[in-house]
Design a protein around this ligand. Structure first.
Ligand SMILES: Cc1cc2nc3c(=O)[nH]c(=O)nc-3n(C[C@H](O)[C@H](O)[C@H](O)COP(=O)(O)OP(=O)(O)OC[C@H]3O[C@@H](n4cnc5c(N)ncnc54)[C@H](O)[C@@H]3O)c2cc1C
Length: 487
């Protein structure tokens, strides 16, 4: 009997993948709150308008997630946003009192842009000149300014990271957040030269693979039909050039449908079941749930690392300390609905570099990407993150947060109208921060678990990626790790 802790998208996905192994059955999900979905939440207004307080769009290269969408019969609800759509092409950064569009074409890359006052292609030269410095890890700020310049770090990369995780690039780890680029520099001495070499060897490998496959097919004289059914959405996304996609009716449809699906397949989802302590014994795991003892053979935890740290603190203080050291930030999300199209530009949204000292992280133009009703506009203002304490520590009433959101939509986008409706959510500790040394910490955590033969697998946003598609992949891998323990 396996306990899955947490009924957010990673816990639900872990159950979905664990259903493939009968040895893990029966499966029980323990969820502390009275709903599934965790940070994924779509609030329906009385007029049918949807306010997303968490994720709304997902990148098109999220293959496991697109396959899951198909398995759940949600394909018809997918709203693709193709690469030439304004919400895919236009991303703005507000600095020095001006909105700057990030370069989005070849011409934009080779000509001088207003944000940096130089062309993006000039970064090639910076990267070429920069000397390689051997590092196990370093801050994103340090890495980017060393290779491309301080302006790129402060004006371009800092706001992008605010948009991804509300984090401060002086603390975030280059190795964990820009793994490919960081490792490319460490291996080849230059990011661009390394990427070119990698691309070239990939092309050669693909060519070799194709030749080997062709040889094998000729040998067996068999034409093997490819099973494309499960790849259908993935193929569509590629052929139709999707950039990102959303879900009709709100993103919460995904965890809700997944919960219904796995319940029908035998998973017992227990809501309002707060796991308070875990003790690993020789042949079983003892959980204290709402004050009662429950026994399981394995545990898959999808809880934020800090929450899990509390549960195992007594028995495994060393592991608990490592888990506790993965910090989180709090984000205030203010959804604003206006009765008309009030946006001066069509775009995904605008991000603000922290150096501007403006108390918002960015504004998402929801209805540009996912229109709900042709006349009205929905915007989401994100605030706080690594700077929550600085700007709102002592004054975080809903009224104040709404006032700040309205003030800055007015200042940045010249929207003078008052919103028709709004919603304020304070998402406490909602996004883990992969700070310098995160990758080494994960290695220590995994080594500890395997050295002590603890029947515990970890998934969720605290470890290998903060996005929805990352946590679904982490759930798939957690189940595969538990399977390996059982061999
Ligand atoms: C504002 C915001 C915007 C985002 N936007 C995007 C986006 O556009 N695209 C994208 O890909 N990702 C986005 N994300 C990230 C995405 O939402 C997360 O990666 C994902 O929801 C994490 O899911 P999870 O299941 O791992 O964790 P959670 O959603 O945190 O779920 C964990 C669950 O565990 C439960 N729990 C906690 N403690 C206990 C306990 N002791 N016992 C039992 N249950 C417990 C909680 O109640 C919760 O339901 C966004 C996140 C936020 C906060």
């Amino acid at each position: 009997m396996t306990a899955i802790l947490g009924g957010g998208i990673s816990g639900l996905s872990a159950a979905h993948y664990a259903l493939e192994n009968p040895k893990l059955a029966p499966l029980v999900i323990l969820e502390a709150s009275n709903r599934v979905g965790g940070w994924i939440r779509s609030i329906k207004q009385p007029d049918g308008t949807i306010f997303e307080t968490g994720p709304r769009v997902i990148r098109a290269n999220s293959h496991d997630l697109l396959n899951l969408i198909e398995e759940l019969n949600l394909s018809s609800k997918v709203i693709p946003i193709k690469i030439n759509h304004p919400a895919a092409k236009n991303r703005y950064i507000y600095t020095d009192n001006v909105l700057h569009c990030l370069p989005n074409s070849l011409k934009g890359i080779i000509t001088r842009n207003t944000l940096l006052n130089r062309s993006l292609s000039s970064l090639l030269w910076n990267d070429f000149k920069a000397t390689k410095v051997h590092k196990d890890d370093e801050s994103i700020y340090s890495f980017v300014q060393r290779r491309f310049g301080k302006d790129v770090s402060e004006k371009m990369v800092a706001p992008i990271l605010c948009g991804i995780c509300g984090g401060d690039i002086h603390q975030l780890s280059a190795k964990s957040f820009m793994t490919n680029i960081f490792e490319t520099e460490q291996k080849y001495g230059s990011v661009f030269m390394g990427l070119v070499q990698k691309k070239f060897s990939n092309i050669l490998n693909i060519k070799k693979e194709k030749e080997t496959k062709l040889g094998n097919t000729n040998k067996t004289q068999k034409v093997v039909k490819s099973n494309n059914t499960s790849l259908h959405l993935v193929e569509r996304a590629r052929k139709e050039k999707w950039s990102v996609w959303g879900l009709e009716g709100g993103f919460e449809k995904l965890p809700q449908t997944l919960a219904e699906n796995i319940t029908k397949r035998g998973v017992n989802i227990k809501m309002k079941h707060n796991c308070e302590r875990i003790t690993f014994n020789k042949n079983y795991v003892e959980l204290i749930v709402n004050g009662n003892v429950e026994k399981y053979s394995h545990v898959i935890s999808s809880l934020p690392a800090k929450n899990l740290a509390n549960l195992i603190q007594k028995q495994h203080p060393e592991l608990s300390k490592e888990l506790y050291s993965i910090p989180t930030v709090t984000i205030a999300v203010v959804n604003l609905q206006f009765s008309e199209n009030v946006l001066p530009i069509d775009a995904f949204g605008v991000l603000i570099p922290p150096k501007e000292e403006i108390p918002i992280l960015g504004i998402i133009f929801d209805t540009c990407a996912l229109p709900q009703n042709s006349k009205m506009t929905v915007l989401t203002v994100m605030m706080g993150g690594a700077w929550f304490e600085k700007y709102f520590g002592k004054c975080s009433s809903e009224e104040h947060l709404k006032m700040v959101a309205v003030k800055y939509t007015n200042q940045l986008l010249s929207i003078n109208e008052d919103p028709k409706t709004y919603n304020v959510s304070i998402l406490k500790d909602c996004i883990p921060q992969y700070i310098i040394g995160h990758a080494e910490r994960l290695t220590r955590i995994h080594d500890y678990i395997s050295a002590h033969k603890i029947p515990l697998a970890l998934c969720g946003s605290s470890y290998h990626g903060v996005g929805v598609s990352h946590v679904i992949l982490s759930a798939k891998e957690a189940v595969s790790n538990i399977n390996q323990c059982m061999i």
